[in-house]
Design a binder for this molecule. Structure first.
Ligand SMILES: C[S@@+](CC[C@H](N)C(=O)[O-])C[C@H]1O[C@@H](n2cnc3c(N)ncnc32)[C@H](O)[C@@H]1O
Length: 383
């Protein structure tokens, strides 16, 4: 398999995919070997399974596009160190459903006179377009603005935009008044009556609200959830089992593990994500003894007051779960399914789980052309 071509990389306009000139098969082999090496003190060779590949192009289902240039001729891409924006609207790793939206969105920026935010001068209004697409092609669009100055113009021109791009299911404004190196602020202003993007996956539909986390590569995320479900089906869980999904987001793992006799609780810090997960759970087929509930809160505080579980899934942010939650799992969970986007924090967390032995491990290539990985490890108690 040849390396992928990317004009932005070849002309040194973009360096976001540092491995893009390495043939994809070689990237997979390198990534698999590097992850196994990093975890060598914790995961035995026999536990490893072959890396799960992504599509090498058009896999990215959510993007953050900084807006630069002028309202008449906006540039959509990323901010350089000199504060200008490089346009990468034809990026070959983004889902085609995103690329298709961009000419019309560019025209909309001109029509609604949305002056791009100038980072150096600290002037202008439009900072980012945040776009997520579902496998159906439906999309969520969020305008990240410095203030409400442009809101009325966006509202005025929105009906024409929605007529031209009927796949825009959810549109909102996010306010980011501070001059900070973050992507979004606290306040979200809905512009469409629907504020949940349905993301159908095999056997379930997730619902994404504007400010919640979703994996960047829906194809690989779906394989991750399905692998989790298969692994859990193979465990000899008791007939009535208690399962926790900590850091559950909009519920991808919890909903995939639903089944007869299973009482599943998902815990997540974001209240809108919990509402969305609850809506998704209501659509699942009922099964005898099945219950799924979601709780908004801090995973560690919640776990501290929880009953021991038969299985705990953890899928934390890059920092990992930390020593205290790891120690709680070590005492209270006979089985743990840990999905990590940072093998280094995974390694340090595994060091705090001496009673649990990794029996299955696999890398999922959620982020092709970079060195980032998603690693799934199933651990079971030895005694
Ligand atoms: C890597 S995402 C995983 C989400 C979900 N499991 C999925 O597959 O989409 C990590 C999630 O942890 C949540 N989170 C961050 N800190 C948290 C905390 N202290 N307690 C509970 N959830 C937290 C984030 O909001 C985010 O949704």
């Amino acid at each position: 398999m040849k390396a992928m071509r990317c004009a932005y990389f070849e002309t040194e306009q973009c360096r976001s995919c540092p491995e893009i000139q390495t043939p994809y098969r070689t990237q997979l082999a390198d990534k698999d070997a590097a992850t196994r090496h990093l975890l060598r003190d914790h995961v035995p060779d026999a536990a490893w399974h072959p890396i799960v590949a992504s599509q090498p192009d058009h896999f990215r289902t959510k993007v953050k596009l900084a807006v630069g240039g002028t309202a008449l001729h906006p540039r959509l891409g990323f901010i350089e160190s000199d504060a200008t924006v490089t346009d990468i609207r034809l990026c070959p790793i983004q889902d085609r459903a995103i690329t298709t939206l961009l000419p019309e969105l560019s025209a909309f920026i001109a029509r609604a006179s949305l002056t791009p935010y100038d980072v150096a001068a600290r002037s202008g209004e439009l900072k980012y377009l945040l776009i997520t697409v579902a496998p159906t092609g439906q999309a969520m669009l969020r305008f990240v603005l410095r203030s409400r100055e442009a809101e009325a113009r966006i509202r005025k021109h929105l009906p024409a935009l929605l007529a031209a791009l009927p796949q825009l299911a959810v549109v909102s404004i996010n306010l980011l008044p501070q001059h900070k190196a973050v992507t979004e602020g606290d306040q979200e202003i809905p512009l469409t009556s629907e504020q949940l993007l349905p993301v159908p996956l095999p056997g379930l539909t997730l619902f994404l609200p504007p400010k919640s986390f979703i994996q960047t590569n829906t194809q690989v995320a779906s394989e991750l959830y399905q692998t989790a479900a298969t692994l859990v089906d193979r465990l000899s869980l008791p007939e009535r089992s208690r399962i926790y999904d900590l850091y559950c987001g909009i519920g991808g793992f919890a909903l995939s593990l639903a089944g007869a006799g299973r009482a599943i609780t998902g815990v997540e810090i974001s209240a809108p994500a919990i509402e969305a997960a609850t809506r998704a759970a209501a659509l699942l087929a009922p099964r005898a003894g099945q219950s799924i509930s979601f709780v908004a809160g801090d995973a560690l505080s919640w776990a501290r007051q929880a009953q021991p579980a038969d299985l705990v899934v953890v899928n934390p942010p890059r920092r990992g779960i930390g020593a205290e939650l790891a120690q709680w799992l070590n005492t209270n969970a006979p089985a743990v399914l840990y999905s990590s986007c940072n093998a280094a924090s995974l390694a340090s967390d595994l060091a705090h789980l001496p009673r649990l032995r990794p029996v299955y491990a696999q890398v999922f290539d959620m982020f092709p052309h970079t060195r980032h990985t998603e690693t799934l490890v199933l651990l079971q108690r030895e005694d």
